[in-house]
Design a protein around this ligand. Structure first.
Ligand code: ATP
Ligand code: MG
Length: 603
């Protein structure tokens, strides 16, 4: 047991004896060793460190408390009268120091120490304060902050931080904004809250950073509602069945990998395979459908995000969209909280009974930001150097997407997380984790993309585990055969690669597959309404496109839809109303295709 005594001036034997006597009483039966040292920076008085207890009776502390400590803790500015009074006390102290700077009135200080020891009671309530003892790379360590909770918002002299590592003798925290403003020695207060973002309809059409601060130059966001960025996911009993489709407007997805409102569907693929494009087209397609959208950009280039905002504006999609943006130059902590902040904004709409679509672009960069933070906080690295709780990082985020029960208003949050793979490796650590949490995945392939099959959806590896129950009847009828055609086509393609001698049936299947593949090609921002998709798939299923050259299928389909709108508006209206092609409508449709053939080849 060593008790350290640090004083501003060397202590006399008498003084030492007094101190030793006083502190030995605290440790009956033990023989504490006293270690004495001198630190002139205390100005006057002394400091005793007794195990975990800390008795600071130095002049320096009194002065700091007076000039900075108290002022820091106060939310309100002191009045001029208070300030004057403080200045007077300070002047007096300074004067005393000048007369006898290093000779404290030991008797008085000892009496005060006695008082403190007798009345010492640990305080487990209220706001405690600590001091920053290390700051670097957006991570700080804090000493003396005893009551911090995990995930709690900390106030570092006006800068926000989140408590992350609660250790025996210090707290590791991540700094959210202005990390360079934090200095060693800064005072930290716990707040008892967790980070909140402003929420509500006022955010629609805005671009905000992960703390909800607008970065689009359009002024303040006028809302008085806030939500914590971390929240519990809806309980099992609070959830309803996924039964309404969320139309992406992309035929390959709506027909074969349908997404229901409240579902979590992963978009996965290598770099530059059109992942973001699918998410953006889905947002564009929500126009007029009453679905609010939240797009969360994580660690992306500023130019990419600005291009995206421009596209959304151009197609009139900003009116119902919120963009939460953390760019590549933002600190790892800001990138880390971005998806949770976006989720809180979406939750507000969901609990108000609305349908929301949220896109996380992308969670690979999120995992990397989290890894950087964890390593700086000296958490032990695991597989691929990710920390042990990397699974929980994404599961607690994606579990918050849900379809709520009618009792809770029936709102929904559909999540489209995006994950980037390296060389198509979907069995890497983060991709497999997220695949196991989501309700299916849309797998995009570079090979298909480069072969001009765009969107480059690999139909074989993509699945939707809950969406088919949300598909409308007409779509369900036509999509079954399409899946079969395409899978036969894929198999035959492999078999017939080297053979030239094909029988008629094989040729027919190959032809049918090639035409189906052509039909599913879709340029950017050219979404199809679900009825249009049903009609086009009806044509391909009934093999009505046999006479069109394969490379002109796209043009034929586009032209036919326009032709139908003019020359078969009644029929089109009926198909829209029923959401299905009935027997008679089918016959009428076939006649119309015949009529269009003549027109198409004349062009
Ligand atoms: P990154 O890995 O950089 O995030 P990404 O996978 O998100 O890329 P996108 O940015 O969506 O890919 O698309 C890459 C490029 O492919 C873009 O230039 C886009 O215009 C083009 N592209 C995407 N989808 C289509 C499509 N259906 N038709 C034509 N071009 C497309
Ligand atoms: Mg992208």
């Amino acid at each position: 047991m060593v008790i350290q005594v640090i004083s501003a001036a060397p202590l006399t034997d008498d003084e030492r004896a007094k101190i030793e006597k006083r502190f030995s009483v605290k440790h009956p039966g033990q023989k504490p060793v006293f270690s004495y040292s001198v630190d002139q920076s205390l100005l006057g008085g002394l400091l005793v460190i007794d195990g975990d207890d800390f008795y600071d009776a130095s002049l320096k502390r009194q002065m700091t408390r007076l000039v900075s400590g108290e002022a820091q803790t106060e939310r309100v500015q002191p009045t001029p009268a208070q300030q004057a009074q403080r200045q007077a006390v300070l002047d007096k102290l300074t004067e005393q120091m000048r007369i006898e700077p290093l000779r404290p009135d030991i008797g008085k200080l000892m009496r005060r120490l006695d008082e403190r020891i007798d009345t010492f009671k640990p305080d487990y309530t209220g706001s405690h304060a600590g001091r920053v003892c290390y700051s670097g790379d957006g991570v700080i360590r804090i000493e003396g902050l005893k009551d911090a909770e995990y995930d709690e918002l900390l106030d570092v002299e006006g800068v926000k931080a989140i408590a992350f590592n609660l250790e025996e003798d210090n707290v590791g925290a991540i700094v959210l904004d202005d990390e360079d403003k934090v200095q060693a020695g800064a005072i930290v207060h716990s707040t008892g809250r967790i980070v909140e973002v402003p929420v509500g309809e006022a955010l629609l059409g805005r671009v905000v950073n992960p703390l909800g601060v607008p970065i689009d130059g359009l002024g303040e966001v006028h809302t008085d509602r806030v939500r914590p960025i971390e929240a519990a996911a809806p309980a099992i009993a609070d959830r309803g069945k996924v039964n309404t489709p969320l139309q992406t407007g992309i035929m390959a997805i709506d027909a074969m990998i349908p997404i229901g409102r409240g579902q979590r569907e992963l978009i996965i693929g290598d770099r530059q395979t059109g992942k973001s494009s699918i998410a953006i087209d889905t947002i564009l397609n929500q126009k007029g459908k009453g679905v609010y959208c939240v797009y969360v950009a994580i660690g992306q280039k500023s130019s990419t995000v600005s291009g995206l905002v421009h596209t959304l504006g151009e197609y009139g999609a900003l009116d119902y969209t919120v963009v939460v943006c953390s760019t590549a130059r933002d600190s790892a902590p800001m990138q880390y909280i971005a998806p949770y902040a976006g989720c809180a904004i979406a939750e507000e709409f969901m609990y108000a009974g609305r349908d929301v679509l949220i896109v996380y672009d992308d969670l690979s960069k999120h995992a990397v930001a989290y890894r950087a933070m964890s390593l700086l906080l000296k958490r032990p690295p695991g597989r691929e150097a990710y920390p042990g709780d990397i699974f929980y990082l994404h599961s607690r985020l994606l579990e918050r997407a849900a379809k709520l029960s009618d009792a809770l208003g029936g709102g929904s949050m559909t999540a489209l997380p995006i994950v980037e793979t390296l060389a198509g490796d979907i069995s890497a650590y983060v991709p497999t984790n997220i695949i196991s949490i989501t309700d299916g995945q849309i797998y995009l392939e570079s090979e298909l993309f480069n072969a001009g099959i765009r969107p480059a959806v690999n139909v074989g590896l993509s699945v939707s585990r809950v969406g088919s129950s949300a598909q409308i009847k007409g779509m369900r009828k036509v999509s079954g055969k399409l899946r079969l055609d395409l899978s036969q086509y894929r198999e035959l393609q492999v078999f017939t690669q080297f053979g030239s001698d094909l029988d008629a049936e094989t040729k027919r299947m190959l032809d049918q597959g090639a035409r189906a593949t052509e039909t599913l090609k879709q340029p950017l921002h050219a979404s199809y309404a679900v009825e249009q998709q049903i009609i086009l798939l009806y044509l391909i299923n009934k093999e009505l496109l046999g006479r069109v050259p394969t490379d002109r299928i796209g043009a034929f389909n586009k032209g036919f839809l326009e032709y139908l709108e003019v020359n078969g508006s009644e029929l089109y209206g009926r198909i829209c109303a029923n959401g299905d092609v009935s027997m008679e409508d089918g016959i009428a449709l076939e006649e119309l295709v015949d009529a269009y053939y003549a027109y198409f080849f004349k062009k």
